[in-house]
Ligand binder design. Structure first.
Ligand code: CTP
Ligand code: CA
Length: 225
């Protein structure tokens, strides 16, 4: 990434991100999770730091090194991720929700291992808080709020609905499915914001991250120079 940012486009800005999956325990040895390598969020954190920002990264379990200059906070569950984001959101200029947050968690995590029986097993799941929507809904001290949308079909339509519903400044949509989006180094994104839309890639996640950070810096500059 060296050389990508000749200009420190985020100098003096503070950026908070979520990345990776969350893990919702069923019992001490099992959990429900989402498919996510964390690569896109970590690439964004690295690029934002290289662009001069003070970067805080709230990361679910992922096997990736902490990018240079990034303050990393490790969490497991969506509720923990929500709590850390709430703790750090004040005073941020940008929030990027890149994590694949589990939409539901088991109503209760069983203390001992669930034992096998011949019978069906029903899981009772309850909804997790929407971390991104909560940031976007802040009445005061609201950062420029960026979300992702992983969609299997009608990508643009679903993503622009999601942007409106959650009150986001910018959404980055990608098509996911067999061989697309997950655990790969390459990706393709469709950006939608108030002023327009734009396709990024296909290309390596690190290159897309650099382009997305440049676009965010441009929007910030237009908003509050
Ligand atoms: N997100 C979040 N907290 C949640 C669920 C999602 O912060 N509990 C964020 C993700 O990090 C992402 C965006 O919301 O930036 C969209 O996630 P996605 O799963 O595509 O949207 P949902 O609103 O959960 O809708 P659905 O899964 O039904 O498509
Ligand atoms: Ca979801």
């Amino acid at each position: 990434l060296a050389g990508v940012f000749a200009e420190p486009v985020l100098a003096g800005r503070r950026v908070l991100l979520t990345a990776g999956p969350t893990r919702e325990p069923l019992d001490p040895v099992r959990y429900i999770t989402n498919r996510s390598s964390g690569k896109m969020g970590f690439a964004l954190a690295a690029v934002a730091a290289a662009a001069g920002a003070e970067v805080t990264l709230v990361a679910g379990p992922c096997a990736l090194p902490t990018p240079a200059g990034v303050h990393r906070i490790d969490v497991e569950t969506a509720e923990q991720m929500y709590a850390e984001v709430q703790r750090h959101v004040a005073g941020q200029d940008v929030f990027i929700g890149c994590a694949a947050v589990a939409d539901y968690r088991p109503a209760e995590a069983v203390a001992g291992k669930i034992k096998r029986s011949g019978a069906d097993l029903k899981l009772h799941l309850v909804p997790n808080p929407d971390i991104l929507a909560a940031v976007a809904a802040r009445a005061e001290d609201r950062p420029f709020t960026v979300g992702f949308a992983a969609e299997t079909d009608r990508v643009l339509e679903h993503a622009s609905d999601k942007r409106r519903r959650k009150g986001l400044d910018l959404i980055a949509a990608n098509r996911v499915g067999p061989g697309l989006g997950f655990d790969t180094d390459d990706n393709q994104l469709e950006l939608i914001w108030d002023g327009g839309h734009r396709q990024l890639g296909p290309g390596p996640k690190s290159a897309l991250a650099a382009e997305l950070i440049t676009q965010i810096a441009q929007c910030l500059q237009d908003d509050k120079p």
